[in-house]
Design a protein around this ligand. Structure first.
Ligand SMILES: [Zn+2]
Length: 412
């Protein structure tokens, strides 16, 4: 029986969202939490974008060191030969890659204005796949942008060509959130059946159905005999109305009526990381978690009305599908209401040593303490907000990596 895997795209779709962004250290922390959670792959960034180069290299180094294992770190680029070449010049150790190109008539004619036809799109994609394969990439996905508005016959032809040239997966992008669970199910089932290639589903929330469509799309792929990969983002942050929320997708796969009896995750997901990762992404993006967010919203386990409160006190299962403990919630949170010493971009050694002492971090000598402090200062310049404890601990533990993350030299 084929399985369902998760590819989180917070560090690609999430950060390209209008008005939002993350520092390179924040992106690294997201990869760390995703790995801890058991997510199959993190789409960790843009290998042709120069300000990402050192961040991408440093994260690959963490993978090499065994710190980011077993997660796959996948880059996203356009399906263009020159972009493939640039990607491997800037980030030589890339192992996993997705190549993207528009496939709908709307986008082919609307973007290329008559310069390209359907066959040109297939040829460009095939050439880019060949180029990526010749660079020794380990796994390769091909993205059909606007797949939901693409003629299915053309999509099948496109997928078969991708497979023939050595692509491992087809990403079915519902770029505009146009599908519904019924249409995406039919599309992915047919695609899986007719092409024999594993299918990724990439769903957006313009019509409020990103999670439902992801579930239905994955079911379609599995019913069609292929593995399914669901693209998610933390807290659903993504272009416009956002992507399929990571936690909601996991909950839907594992807790919704009868689904888990028939459809299996490819690797186990540790739900106890859910609270931590949602809180961190919310803080790093500066986007509050909605009150009614599945699992991690402030009201997700709140009961006020008489009948509900009485019922949940007698037996939580009366009004809760899953427990807050399972999601890593329920630990008391310590909030300082008195004096606070904070490590920031203008901190000195005394305040910094105090902060790190509270975290039970000690340094070999003052030189080492000053080196870590300097990195903390730069990290704060990049994020413009106090670093969280886990960021401070990460910097103290991997100073060489963090130095790379924080180094940016424009126009070199
Ligand atoms: Zn997207």
């Amino acid at each position: 029986m084929p399985k369902i895997y998760l590819i989180d795209v917070t560090n690609r779709d999430g950060v390209q969202t209008a008005k939002l962004g993350l520092s390179k250290l924040e992106k690294t922390m997201i990869n760390m939490y995703l790995n801890e959670m058991g997510v199959f792959q993190s789409e960790f960034g843009f290998p042709t974008t120069r300000h990402e180069s050192r961040y991408l290299q440093a994260n690959l180094e963490l993978a090499e060191m065994g710190v980011f294992q077993p997660i796959h770190l996948g880059g996203w680029i356009r399906a263009v030969i020159d972009d493939v070449k640039t990607a491997f010049v800037l980030v030589p150790g890339l192992k996993h890659l997705n190549l993207s190109i528009s496939t709908s008539e709307q986008m082919i004619s609307g973007k290329f204005r008559g310069r390209k036809k359907g066959q040109d799109i297939i040829d460009d994609m095939a050439a880019a796949v060949d180029a990526a394969r010749s660079m020794g990439v380990e796994s390769l996905g091909v993205n059909a942008e606007d797949a939901s508005r693409t003629d299915l016959k053309f999509l099948i032809k496109f997928a078969l060509a991708a497979k023939e040239h050595g692509a491992d997966r087809l990403r079915y992008c519902d770029t505009l959130g146009y599908d519904n669970p019924f249409t995406i199910y039919e599309a992915t089932r047919k695609l899986a059946k007719k092409t024999g290639i594993p299918i990724e589903v990439h769903c957006h929330g313009d019509l409020g159905m990103a999670v439902a469509n992801s579930l239905a799309g994955a079911k379609g792929a599995v019913d069609g005999g292929q593995d399914a990969y669901i693209n998610t983002t933390i807290n659903g942050i993504g272009e416009r109305a956002g992507n399929a929320d990571l936690l909601a997708v996991v909950l839907a796969l594992t807790k919704s009526k009868g689904f888990a009896d028939k459809y299996e995750l490819g690797n186990p997901i540790d739900l106890s990381v859910a609270w931590k990762i949602a809180k961190f992404a919310s803080y790093a993006f500066g986007v509050p978690i909605p009150l009614n967010q599945p699992g991690v919203g402030a009201n997700a386990f709140a009961h006020a009305s008489g009948i509900h409160a009485d019922g949940v006190l007698k037996d939580p299962e009366n009004y809760e599908l899953y427990s807050y403990e399972e999601l890593g919630r329920g630990e008391p949170v310590y909030v300082e209401t008195g004096r606070e010493i904070i490590a920031g971009q203008y901190s000195g050694i005394s305040g910094f040593s105090h902060v790190m002492g509270e975290l039970e971090v000690s340094f070999a000598d003052e030189e080492e303490a000053r080196e870590i402090l300097e990195l903390v200062r730069y990290a704060n310049v990049a994020s413009h907000r106090p670093l969280v404890e886990e960021e401070l601990l990460f910097i103290a533990k991997y100073p060489k990596i963090v130095r790379k993350l924080l180094t940016m030299t424009p126009l070199e």
